[in-house]
Design a protein around this ligand. Structure first.
Ligand code: FMN
Length: 196
């Protein structure tokens, strides 16, 4: 793969919160996505992250209400029935290997979401969820602490990047227009480099 193709992959790999709920993701695919994490960098190479794969309807129905969707959208409680994620990957820290995973969590989530994108899948990394209830619902042994929920499925939403102006007070909140398109402002390169 050349740099331009990789750049296009990263650019088009956007967060999606509405899905084609009638199109399931196979367990094989989900396992293949988790397998990608084997090759991710890991602080101390401790590799302390584990995954719970949620696909069953009854379990999905228990997980969904524990998640907080799009905090900036105060009048939207998340995807309606019919547009909900068809699977969840719940990333957990195995505390046997310590109380911190440094940035392993984010690195793995990016590998998974990029992999999803190559398969026509999309999703939403979720940190705002009821951690205690989720551990209960998933019947997790207490050594496993949920860190993130990755909600995924086949996308049913158009998401576009909007270039921010470079004014450091410009609004970075994502927004949705009346045509249903989700817009994500991104800062310009000049703002990211402090000095060169
Ligand atoms: C660490 C992290 C936590 C996030 N938590 C949530 C969340 O709890 N709920 C949600 O709807 N989106 C969540 N998101 C998604 C972000 O809102 C999204 O990445 C951001 O709006 C930028 O959109 P993009 O991913 O398309 O670039 C999270 C993303 C990250 C990286």
């Amino acid at each position: 793969m050349d740099f331009d193709s990789f750049r296009r992959l990263v650019m088009s790999d956007r967060t999606v919160r509405r899905f084609q709920e009638d199109r399931k993701v196979s367990l094989d695919t989900l396992e293949n996505l988790v397998e990608l994490t084997r090759y991710c960098p890991s602080g101390r190479n401790a590799q302390p992250l584990r995954y719970v794969i949620v696909t069953e309807d009854a379990e999905r129905a228990e997980v969904f209400p524990l998640l907080k969707w799009a905090g900036y959208f105060t009048d939207w409680d998340g995807p309606e029935s019919g547009e909900r994620p068809t699977a969840y990957l719940v990333q957990c820290l195995d505390t046997k290997y310590g109380k911190d995973c440094l940035c392993d969590d984010g690195l793995q989530l990016e590998a998974i979401t990029l992999g999803m994108h190559t398969l026509g899948l999309a999703g939403c990394i979720i940190k705002a969820f009821n951690h205690v209830r989720l551990a209960e619902v998933l019947k997790l042994d207490e050594r496993y602490v949920p860190r993130y929920v990755l909600a995924l499925g086949y996308p049913a939403e158009d998401v576009r990047i909007e270039d921010m102006t470079g004014d450091e007070n410009a609004d970075f909140k994502y927004y949705r227009t009346s045509d249903g398109v989700h817009h994500v402002p991104k800062r310009p390169l000049e703002e990211l480099i402090i000095k060169k």
